[in-house]
Design a binder for this molecule. Structure first.
Ligand SMILES: Cc1cc2nc3c(=O)[nH]c(=O)nc-3n(C[C@H](O)[C@H](O)[C@H](O)COP(=O)(O)OP(=O)(O)OC[C@H]3O[C@@H](n4cnc5c(N)ncnc54)[C@H](O)[C@@H]3O)c2cc1C
Length: 454
């Protein structure tokens, strides 16, 4: 154990980015190649793509019970409590749409519902506020999507068919600083790393950091990939809260959504990623962000022939056509990336490998369930979306169903309208692209922090 790691050194402005150079490890790619490719080619395209209606509305059940412990943080936040509106008050129902579907297509934020609960010092209720508003016009369209999608055969367990799942407009709920921290947030991360992540050994200090990067080389590739993917996701979440931080509070009313000045907080970024503040781990955590970006990008490339045949149905032919064109355009760029992650080197080796793959899947399944224990609705929304996106990417990379697609690209080109060819549900596709967009945005935000440190 290198005790020097635990001594606090003075903060060196560029230490974070100096160490974030060169090879990424576990792949043939390096940081600078990804920086350029993402910031110039991918970032503008994916941000524009996810602003389209098909990707803007995410169907999710935020009310599932935490299966692992009593969720003491639920309803501790008066603004995080959400109440659905009566079906009759939702436009669309009145017109007979969605009659055969039991779920309410939209929820409404109710002021009365906010007053019953007490606050908790680890949460900022105003900042955790989740805006469940869906405009009347959008509700009308979404009702048509439900009817369309229920005609397709579903073969994966996801919130698409969950009676309690509801649409959330992601553009109204940007991922940013919410003030969620302390024991509730730490219990989630600790449980992810210590119980549901392959790790070399327990940190003897039983404190942070949960895993030391220096111990990772003792792990086999598959377990390392798993840890790095989760750590990369953690980095991305924390970069977003640093880059979209509440810099000064203004006009935060009783039940009003948060306003005020939002922007990058360099000190917060350094506290989280500078080697001197993180026992030397910060730059490795940032490398893990690039790593999970590569994983998801490879999944998009692999599923590309299939994704190009999706309908992206929203009921608006012009918008749908634009979405399909934007998808084709982005995929054509992704295909040109010279150093894609090579998943074929994983899970080779007979029954042992098959067992490992199963464990991999089970661990990931648990992590996705832990998201139901997140005590801040806005964090939960993005946590669920990003784990579902990563889970979809892992499914594409590691389930044999997808291997045949590349062997025979024509197979992927069969029209998705045909039920038998439907491989991904709408929520999986929405989550996959939005999750990748989040990672892309994080890498782009790093560029801004790099410039601020110069
Ligand atoms: C699912 C989820 C979503 C969240 N979403 C938001 C959000 O949208 N907005 C918001 O403001 N807050 C959000 N949070 C809270 C946020 O992630 C932090 O938990 C919180 O800000 C407290 O930060 P911290 O400095 O104590 O360290 P934490 O981020 O809580 O990390 C705990 C420990 O894990 C280790 N660690 C940190 N980063 C990494 C990494 N990348 N890889 C490996 N180990 C690491 C460190 O040792 C650290 O001390 C979310 C939390 C969770 C669990």
């Amino acid at each position: 154990y290198d005790t020097e790691l635990f001594e606090t050194a003075p903060c060196d402005n560029n230490a974070c980015f100096d160490a974030l150079r060169g090879a990424l490890g576990d792949c043939s790619c390096n940081v600078d190649t990804i920086d350029y490719f993402n910031n110039v080619k991918i970032f503008p395209r994916i941000q524009s793509l996810v602003s389209k209606d098909y990707f803007r509305f995410y169907k999710v059940n935020l009310k599932k019970e935490c299966p692992f412990w009593a969720d003491d943080s639920r309803c501790a936040m008066k603004y995080c409590h959400i109440k659905t509106c009566a079906k009759e008050s939702v436009p669309g129902y009145a017109n007979g749409y969605n009659n055969d579907n039991d779920e309410a297509p939209a929820m409404k934020y109710s002021k009365e519902a906010q007053t019953a609960c007490s606050t908790d010092e680890d949460h900022n209720p105003d900042l955790g506020y989740l805006n469940m508003t869906i405009s009347a016009a959008s509700q009308f369209e979404i009702a048509k999507w439900n009817a369309h999608d229920s005609a397709l055969e579903n073969f994966c367990e996801c919130d698409d068919r969950d009676a309690e799942a509801e649409y959330v407009d992601l553009s109204l709920n940007p991922e940013r600083y919410t003030g969620y921290k302390g024991s509730s947030a730490h219990r989630i991360w600790r449980s992810i790393y210590q119980e549901n992540c392959f790790r070399p050994r327990l940190n003897p200090y039983e404190s942070f950091p949960y895993v030391l990067s220096s111990d990772l080389s003792n792990l086999c590739l598959e377990k390392r990939v798993f840890y790095r993917a989760i750590s990369g996701l953690h980095s991305s979440i924390n970069i977003h809260l640093c880059s979209n931080y509440l810099l000064s509070e203004k006009g935060v009313g009783f039940a009003a959504p948060p306003e005020g000045e939002w922007g990058p907080n360099l000190a917060e970024f350094q506290r989280r990623f500078d080697p001197s503040q993180t026992h030397g781990e910060g730059p490795n955590w940032l490398k893990n962000l690039y790593f999970v970006y590569l994983l998801e990008m490879r999944a998009l490339a692999k599923a590309g022939p299939y994704l190009e045949t999706e309908e992206y149905f929203t009921g608006n032919p012009t918008e749908d056509e634009e979405t399909r064109e934007a998808i084709s355009n982005m995929l054509s760029i992704i295909y040109t990336f010279p150093d894609h992650f090579n998943e074929s080197s994983m899970f080779n080796g007979g029954s042992q490998a098959a067992k490992l793959k199963n464990e991999f899947r089970e661990h990931f399944w648990n992590i996705s369930r832990i998201m139901d224990c997140v005590g801040c609705d806005k964090c939960k929304l993005w946590g669920k979306l990003q784990t579902q996106g990563l889970g979809t990417a892992l499914k594409i990379l590691f389930s044999s169903q997808w291997d045949s697609l590349e062997g025979d690209p024509e197979q992927g080109k069969l029209p998705v309208r045909h039920k038998a060819n439907k491989r991904l549900q709408r929520t999986e596709i929405v989550a996959l692209f939005n999750a990748f967009a989040r990672l892309s945005n994080s890498i782009r935000q790093l560029e801004d922090f790099r410039i601020m440190l110069r």
